[in-house]
Write a protein that binds this ligand. Structure first.
Ligand SMILES: Nc1ncnc2c1ncn2[C@@H]1O[C@H](COP(=O)(O)OP(=O)(O)OP(=O)(O)O)[C@@H](O)[C@H]1O
Length: 847
């Protein structure tokens, strides 16, 4: 065994060498460690000079502060970056992988569990020990674990420790290689074969590239992430991870070269994707709850060895081609690393990650959002001095690259699904509600159109309404027997009776039959609901909520409160003086029996009235609507402060104002006891109370809810109109109301048109001012123009005068000079010629 050349001593003074590491000590830089492998057998024996092992080595390791340094042996000048290289750690051949793992990779495992990406890649010349470092000796049952095995083991171990123990984890594995610039999924079903030993198969790489594996495509998704369609089995323990590693290895492109009997001819990426969520942590976005999920990838990259043709099998064209693409992609990696290592100011904006598949895949991590470590494997042998130097130079460059890993959190997929499902349900619910409303308003419209058709005679109109309603009784003949195929409601189909109503008893709108445990929904078309209360407030309330209840109450507040409480139910009035005379409490079974027989006698039909189930319903209702706990077995009595209907002024007051009074049995009982209400009828229809809060105000839904009730449901219910109701008054009220609305509308219109007129007037004013302004400016401009023109004319005139004068002077001078010339006055001729010349000259210069 070679003695470790790992010295903590100060560097030899003789060399005068002082290590000044250029490597920044930033915590966030790529971690770089160098691992020297033991001398190979051929390196030991191949030494013709019969040197001792120590002498065959080209490097010694020295410690310098926090850095470790590789110093080239016997090199005269010690220059950092040439013969001296400093790194975080340098491991000599005696150091076992677990030690290396502990100081370099273990902290990264914890980071990945916390949601940070991480990448470790093994770099170095072919045969330098990259695969050995990453995968150990590749055997399943061997003690020589590699980084991948150790990472997997710690990953699952740390999950159960500390903070991580609170979280839920999902681990997925993908394993792919880049061979001849093509990506192959090593875990895809069709590519797997079994090799229990896990030794990389010496797959005949001559056939590999052809067609055995389908090439995996890289694409960028909508959110800018790089995605590949590789298999990602979920693993739950370290054994499963190792099985996949072994399975994948059977597919790796490996071949024997002169340098390495199992030389990797491809770059491989073993990726552990760790997703985790804290079950207690959730956020609310637009209502629904979302889990926050941390997703981190741990890339364990075993690069193919950088190689020169001389050291590998040069005879094979395939090997040479492989070597070419390997070197090309390693060059791309080196270029990217080099660019990233430049100071920000010198760094180009665009980095060519797309130059190779390797850099493209590693781009998200290389670009900074990851913890990264480079394990540079090298041979200490003198024979590979240049190759090792090249590796160390790469390592030194990598050391300069700064990383900024962050925790990667996303919204849970399943939460997204949940959200969509909720949205779908909500949409369905809204559609159902809308359908019901449409059907309901269609019913109301048909009635109101009849009403509207006769404005003059409201009594006639009321008759029409009655006739319309009467003409559509719900009989068994209209609704053939129920079947599971069509969902015709039981209570619409089970009646075997037809109604022959007495003249003075008219069904007013709502007519239906119900039977217990009906499973179908109501046919909404058949239902016509109308309010005939003489309480304005109540009417308003009922109309606005499209409910079909009749209710009399002295105090509108009481009415409203009662309605709110009973909205899901069916509070109806049967209070006809002519028809029924009923006194005494009706909240007992006897009372109802008697009432029932009264109505039956009057109508000639057998009628079952809803039984109150008073205590149960009240308690349920208390709970549901008011959040008041059950008052077990307590009969609620109406008091001044708390009655079923809310606070009331006095019962005698009620009786004075309403000879016929409908309210809860309790109110009636108490009122009767006080002697105020002689002929009052009332019953509860608690069975029709809504099941849910959102059904309040939607009687049809409430009726539907009958179908799901376990409690006794009446077989038949007939709503009977009190013939004493003043339809005329009601119609007038309606008309008044609509007239009021119309007045309001016209008032609005008037106000709006007032506004419009005012706006138009303001605009007109503005336009007038503008025109005035323009006219003013026009006049001013014209004035200016006139003045200017006058001045110009004057100027030109003046200039013209000068020219005329000059012209005549010149002409005169010429004639004179001619005269003097002819007359022989030469001196005078010369003088006049000079004058001509002078005036011409002056004129020219002036121009
Ligand atoms: N630190 C080490 N201790 C013991 N043996 C080692 C060590 N490093 C490498 N080896 C051995 O050296 C040989 C070559 O190693 P390995 O296959 O890991 O090289 P490589 O860098 O992956 O080469 P290539 O790039 O060609 O795939 C293997 O037989 C391996 O067992």
């Amino acid at each position: 065994m070679t003695a470790p050349i790992h010295s903590n001593e100060a560097p030899p003074m003789a060399t005068g060498f002082k290590v000044k590491p250029q490597v920044p000590q930033s915590h966030n830089n790529i971690k770089v460690a160098v691992r020297l492998r033991p001398l190979g057998d051929n390196e030991k024996h191949d030494d013709k000079k019969k040197l001792k092992n120590n002498d065959k080595r080209a490097w010694i390791i020295e410690k310098n502060g926090s850095m470790e340094t590789l110093v080239q042996k016997g090199h005269g000048r010690k220059i950092e970056g040439r013969s001296v290289f400093s790194f975080d750690q340098v491991f000599d051949e005696d150091v076992k992988t677990p030690l290396l793992y502990k100081s370099i990779a273990r902290p990264m495992v914890r980071s990945v569990l916390n949601g940070k990406h991480a990448t470790i890649f093994a770099y170095g010349q072919t045969g330098s020990g990259k695969t050995f470092t990453m995968q150990g000796d590749g055997k399943a049952q061997s003690g020589q674990a590699g980084i991948i095995q150790l990472v997997a083991s710690d990953l699952f171990r740390f999950m159960g420790q500390g903070e991580a123990a609170r979280r839920e984890f999902v681990v997925k594995v993908s394993y792919f290689e880049i061979y001849n610039e093509k990506i192959h999924d090593l875990l895809s079903d069709d590519s797997l074969s079994t090799n229990t030993e896990g030794i990389p198969d010496k797959r005949n790489t001559s056939t590999l590239s052809s067609s055995t594996d389908e090439e995996v495509k890289i694409r960028t998704n909508a959110s800018g992430e790089i995605v590949m369609n590789v298999s990602q089995p979920v693993v739950t323990n370290v054994d499963e991870v190792l099985e996949l590693l072994i399975e994948g290895n059977t597919q790796r492109a490996v071949a024997a070269t002169d340098m390495n009997a199992h030389s990797s001819r491809s770059h491989t990426v073993f990726r552990l994707t760790v997703e985790s969520r804290d079950p207690d942590e959730e956020i609310h976005l637009d209502g629904p709850i979302h889990d926050v999920v941390r997703v981190a990838d741990f890339n364990l990259v075993d690069l193919a060895g950088s190689e020169s043709v001389k050291t590998t099998n040069t005879n094979s064209a395939i090997r040479q081609r492989e070597g070419g693409t390997i070197n090309k992609s390693l060059l791309a990696l080196t270029t990217v690393i080099h660019t990233l290592s430049l100071p920000p100011k010198k760094r180009p904006k665009h980095i060519n990650y797309r130059d190779s598949k390797l850099t493209r895949i590693l781009q998200p991590h290389l670009s900074g959002n990851a913890e990264m470590a480079v394990l540079c494997c090298a041979s200490p042998a003198k024979a590979f001095l240049e190759e090792t130097k090249s590796t160390l130079k790469f390592a030194a460059r990598a050391k300069l690259v700064e990383m900024k890993p962050k925790v990667n959190e996303v919204l849970d997929d399943s939460a997204t699904i949940k959200k969509l499902q909720q949205e779908l349900l909500e949409a369905r619910r809204i559609i159902e509600e809308l359908k019901i409303q449409v059907q309901h308003s269609a019913g109301l419209q048909s009635s109101s159109s009849i009403e509207d058709s006769s404005d003059d005679n409201s009594l006639e109109k009321a008759d029409l309404v009655q006739h319309e309603t009467r003409s559509k009784p719900i009989h068994a003949e209209d609704h053939p027997s129920d079947s599971n195929d069509d969902f015709k409601p039981d209570y619409l189909t089970s009646s075997k009776q037809s109604y022959v109503l007495p003249q003075n008893v008219e069904p007013q709108g709502l007519e239906y039959q119900a039977s217990r445990h009906s499973k179908a929904s109501l046919d909404m078309d058949q239902i016509f609901l109308k309010s005939f209360s003489d309480e304005t407030a109540t009417n308003e309330f009922l109309n606005s909520s499209a409910a079909g209840f009749q209710l009399d109450a002295a105090d509108p507040r009481v009415a409203r409160k009662t309605l709110q409480r009973y909205m899901g139910g069916n509070t109806q009035s049967v209070g006809s003086e002519e028809l029924f005379t009923f006194s005494g409490s009706i909240d007992d079974e006897d009372g109802f029996q008697r009432l029932q027989s009264e109505i039956s006698r009057a109508t000639g039909q057998e009628v079952v009235i809803l039984t109150p189930q008073r205590q149960h319903s009240t308690n349920a209702m208390r709970k549901e609507f008011y959040d008041i706990p059950d008052k077990k077995n307590e009969v609620t009595a109406a008091t001044e402060d708390e009655s079923v209907d809310g606070p009331e002024v006095s019962y005698s007051d009620l009786s004075e104002r309403h000879g016929t009074f409908v309210s809860s049995p309790e109110t009636i009982r108490n009122a009767t006891r006080l002697g105020g209400l002689r002929r009052s009828l009332s019953w509860d229809t608690m069975d029709l109370n809504t099941l849910r809060r959102d059904q309040v105000g939607t009687p049809l839904l409430a009726l539907q809810s009958l179908t799901t009730r376990d409690s006794a449901v009446p077989d038949e219910v007939i709503i009977i109109k009190d013939t004493t109701s003043d339809d005329k008054y009601k119609c007038l009220m309606d008309q008044m109301k609509s007239a009021g609305k119309r007045i309001d509308f016209l008032q609005d219109q008037l106000e709006q048109s007032n506004d419009l007129v005012q706006d138009a007037y303001r605009d007109l004013e503005r336009a007038r001012l503008c025109i005035h302004d323009l006219v003013q400016r026009n006049v001013e401009m014209k004035d200016k123009l006139r003045r200017k023109r006058r001045e110009d004319v004057k100027d030109s005139y003046e200039r013209g005068e000068v020219v005329v004068e000059q012209y005549w002077l010149l002409k005169g001078s010429i004639y004179m000079s001619l005269f003097f010339f002819v007359s022989g006055g030469h001196e005078l001729f010369l003088a006049s010629a000079f004058f001509v010349w002078l005036s011409i000259e002056t004129n020219l210069t002036a121009k």
